[in-house]
Design a protein around this ligand. Structure first.
Ligand code: FAD
Length: 401
């Protein structure tokens, strides 16, 4: 194979930026011409500003990947909150009960279970790494059209410029333009729920613990922030999320304190508010000749276990490996049989996580007495089962797939 490969990454979210870094640092980077396109302006971040609204629980495995590309030290030095305990319980039982799922870092011989990090900080840190890379950035330029050019595709940018690509990596999020343009269908399972997010100041210290209380309308997740506040994701009905967006600070604080069963005392609203529609979505295919989808473009999962970005990072690592290996073997990395190696490695694992999250959400959202009984018995048994606990913890920590 002669000449350089044109690889165009569409989407400068966490997954798109990570694969850009991996490819630019790979053994065969000199054989690729990398372009990264995003519809939005280049993201800005300042540690002098307040903690931003969108945060993610980053598993240890994902932190290791970010370390590998050289972005993690900037994240840690700026502000990331390590958490070493997790408590998951159902509204029908008390936090202190035997049914509460308890995970402690010490039990799994790790320093922490994960980190709570602002999405904007993650992007800022990876962009910092990419400053030294041989990549063309095209910000503020939504893709206008995708045209088939033989076996490959050509992208038309906002300014009418055309980009020929030997491989397009669609990292353009849940509404992926790339996925839709090449007619890759999706399986969709609407949850009939919305996620309300904000920051809260708890009366008692959060003790670097991630809390999740399952309520009939959906789970309330409370994640520790480095300044003592909590970032909450309240999955609930559309109506209740709309109410939360417009309720007074006093009403909202009171309602969330009740929803948390006051485990951290009274909660005071201390941040902006946001609402997100929730849907479980899985692309029927991840690849076509000349195209590969990664991250939310390929799969959207329920935020209850904080796995969406972590799965996207694993996609990025796997696809980068497949492309590197193909180049090393003299294969064309845009060919479908090559890209299928990536699809085979990731699609099943992502489907398992997606269905597990959907099932868990339904299991806890039911009022049926028998299911309620099975649920509490299951949680008690889970607490006593060493191997199952270790496997689930391994997946959540990102050290096991
Ligand atoms: C409430 C909530 C809480 C969550 N909590 C967690 C958590 O704790 N842990 C976790 O791992 N995950 C979490 N997630 C999921 C996580 O946020 C997503 O999985 C992750 O951000 C997806 O990253 P991405 O890079 O694939 O896509 P995105 O972040 O959506 O990035 C897509 C990029 O593509 C660009 N783009 C879109 N269309 C075009 C176009 N036509 N042309 C050019 N560019 C385009 C966009 O501008 C954007 O920059 C949560 C999600 C929600 C809703």
């Amino acid at each position: 194979m002669k000449g350089r490969f044109n690889v165009v990454i569409v989407g400068a979210g966490v997954t798109g930026l990570t694969i850009a870094a991996l490819l630019s640092q790979g053994q065969h980077s000199d054989r690729m011409r990398l372009t990264l396109v995003d519809a939005m302006e280049r993201p800005q971040y300042s540690a002098d500003d307040d903690i931003t609204l969108r945060v993610s629980a980053i598993a240890n495995g994902s932190a290791a990947l970010l370390e590998r590309i050289g972005a993690w030290s900037a994240v840690r030095e700026t502000r990331a909150c390590a958490f070493d305990r997790m408590r998951v319980w159902d509204e029908s039982s008390a936090l202190e009960s035997a049914e509460t799922l308890r995970f402690d870092a010490a039990e799994f011989a790790v320093s922490q279970l994960g980190f709570i990090v602002e999405n904007s900080l993650l992007r800022h840190a990876i962009l910092g790494v990419l400053a030294a890379a041989d990549i063309e950035f095209v910000f503020a330029s939504p893709i206008q059209a995708l045209r088939q050019d033989g076996q490959r595709f050509c992208l038309q940018l906002d300014d009418a410029r055309e980009l020929k690509a030997d491989l397009i990596i669609g990292a353009d999020g849940a509404q992926s333009f790339i996925r839709q343009s090449v007619a890759i269908g999706t399986h969709d399972w609407p949850y009939g729920q919305a996620a309300f997010v904000t920051h809260l100041r708890p009366e008692k210290p959060h003790r670097n613990t991630a809390w999740q209380r399952f309520l009939r309308n959906g789970p309330l997740g409370m994640l520790p922030l480095p300044d003592g506040r909590l970032s909450i994701v309240w999955t609930t009905t559309e109506e209740q999320a709309d109410w939360a967006m417009s309720a007074s600070e006093e009403e909202l604080g009171k309602s969330l304190s009740e929803a948390s069963d006051q485990v951290l005392g009274a909660l005071t609203v201390a941040g902006p508010r946001g609402k997100f529609a929730l849907v479980a979505r899985h692309a029927k295919h991840y690849v076509k000749s000349g195209i590969a989808l990664i991250g939310d473009a390929a799969h959207a999962v329920h935020p209850l276990a904080g796995q969406g970005a972590n799965l996207g990072l694993q996609d990025a690592a796997t696809l980068a490996d497949v492309v590197e290996t193909a180049l090393g073997n003299g294969e064309h990395p845009g060919d479908r049989p090559v890209l299928r190696r990536y699809e085979r490695a990731r699609k099943g694992a992502n489907a398992a996580m997606l269905h597990f999250m959907t099932g868990l959400n339904h299991l806890f959202a039911t009022d049926l007495a028998l299911i309620g009984e099975l649920r509490t018995t299951g949680m008690r048994l889970f607490n006593c089962s060493g191997p199952i606990r270790e496997h689930v913890a391994g997946v959540a920590l990102g050290t096991e797939r």
